[in-house]
Design a protein around this ligand. Sequence first.
Ligand code: ZN
Length: 66
Amino acid sequence: MATKPTDLDRMTEPCERCGTETHHDVHVEIRTESAKQKNAQFSREPYRVATCQRCGDEQSQRMNNA
Ligand SMILES: [Zn+2]
C-alpha cells in the first residue's frame, strides 16, 4: 500500500520564471470545471500540475487535450 516515490515524480522541466530547467514536483489532480454556458454541467478534468522546486511556480496543464 505504501506509495514509494519514484524518479518519475521528480522531473526536470523548463520553468518560465527561472528561465532554465529545474526540478519539478509533478502530480495529477482532478479539477472541477464549470461550463459557464448553456450546459449547467460540471466536468471533472485531470490536470497535470508541476511545481518548480526552485521558485515554487506552479504550472497546470489539462491532460485531455481534445
Ligand atoms: Zn522556477
